[in-house]
Design a protein around this ligand. Structure first.
Ligand code: TRP
Length: 330
């Protein structure tokens, strides 16, 4: 096993969809077969936007069950709830003292709020709470608390990992070598999974297919994929078809080539193509779906797994806090 430490957080603000699965979750599960991996449910990061405790809890269970059902290797991977290790808030506060305010002003998500407010003629900080403003520092604390080397994230989170690296650098310059400098790895498929309407699959477009829905729901969703109006006889361009683009991420190379030929040759209607896509996705997800449903009906089992993860994470977290306290306070 490689001795690099991988870490990532998944924010419990929605139900993961097939775009998340292909772009982030599946590659993460593969990484966890070869690396010591920390995967946590970033419930503290959800607090600046979600004010409903029940909802955060429900989403958190769903993410945990989903990762386990998809085969996450729990020997290598430490799966836990961020809020079970409150040391992350301590580290976050320590890091504030070496973090320039100007760095936070440059964060994409904060800047986007400022721009929106400016356009609407509002105070630039209207609707901005300190949880949102200091979000990157909490994320740096996540990353540095567990001595992470690599942080797999979507492209939208790259800046946050770079900030964590900057903050680690400021700290090391001030107090001597304390933190490793983490590096982002950006999932190449992120954002290129099309949704039902052909735009990228995203919650904000309301065009997603959740990873675990019932078989009939999955079929219904797939049948709703928007296509052009070519007749069954006509030749079709696979590279412009959402059906084919989705199929590519689930099938084997020879199956993909065969499906491509069926598009090009003509003689296959979109209804048939959708049925083929449904059967492929369903064959891959039907066993994990059963396990997911079993886990969601056994919250005690999920709690036990998350608790065990937290116990393992705590050992590392406490060492880091001790090291930081010593460096800063003697
Ligand atoms: N901010 C990330 C997101 O919105 C989630 C996250 C929180 C995270 N802490 C992290 C990701 C640490 C990587 C490392 O997706």
């Amino acid at each position: 096993m490689n001795d690099k430490i991988v870490l990532t957080g998944i924010k419990p603000t929605g139900i993961p969809h097939l775009g998340n699965y292909v772009g982030a979750l599946k590659p993460l599960i593969e990484l966890a077969n070869n690396y010591k991996t920390y995967i946590f449910i970033a419930d503290l990061h959800a607090l600046n936007s979600i004010k409903d405790a029940k909802l955060i809890k429900q989403y958190s269970y769903e993410i945990a069950a989903l990762m386990i059902a998809l085969g996450l290797n729990l020997d290598n991977a430490v799966l836990f709830r961020q809020s079970d290790i409150m040391g992350v808030y301590q580290l976050s506060n320590f890091l504030m003292n070496v973090t320039p305010k100007g760095l936070m002003n440059r964060a994409h998500s904060y800047k986007a709020m400022v721009e929106k407010n400016t356009e609407a003629n509002l105070d630039i900080d209207s609707g901005v709470n300190m949880g949102l403003y200091t979000y990157p520092i909490l994320m740096a604390a996540d990353i540095l608390l567990y001595n992470s080397d690599v942080v797999p994230v979507g492209a939208d989170q790259k800046q946050h990992v770079e900030f964590a690296r900057d903050i680690a650098g400021y700290f090391n310059n001030t107090y001597g070598e304390t933190f490793k400098l983490p590096e982002p790895i950006i999932g190449e498929t992120n954002g290129i999974i099309p949704g039902l309407d052909g735009r990228k699959m995203s919650k904000s477009y309301d065009n997603t297919i959740p990873v675990f829905v019932t078989e009939s729901e999955l079929k219904k969703k797939i049948m709703r994929i928007i296509t052009d109006s070519k007749t069954p006889e006509e030749s079709k361009n696979p590279d412009e078809s959402t059906i084919f683009q989705l199929y590519k991420h689930f099938a084997k190379a020879d199956e993909i080539e065969q499906f491509r030929q069926m598009f090009l040759k003509g003689g296959m209607g979109y209804g048939t193509a959708k049925t083929i896509l449904f059967e492929k996705i369903n064959s891959i997800l039907s066993e994990p779906r059963k396990e997911y449903e079993r886990l969601m009906a056994n919250k005690d089992e999920l709690d036990a797994i998350l608790h065990n993860g937290a116990e393992r994470a705590k050992i590392v977290a406490e060492k880091t806090i001790t090291r930081v306290k010593k460096a800063m306070l003697g």
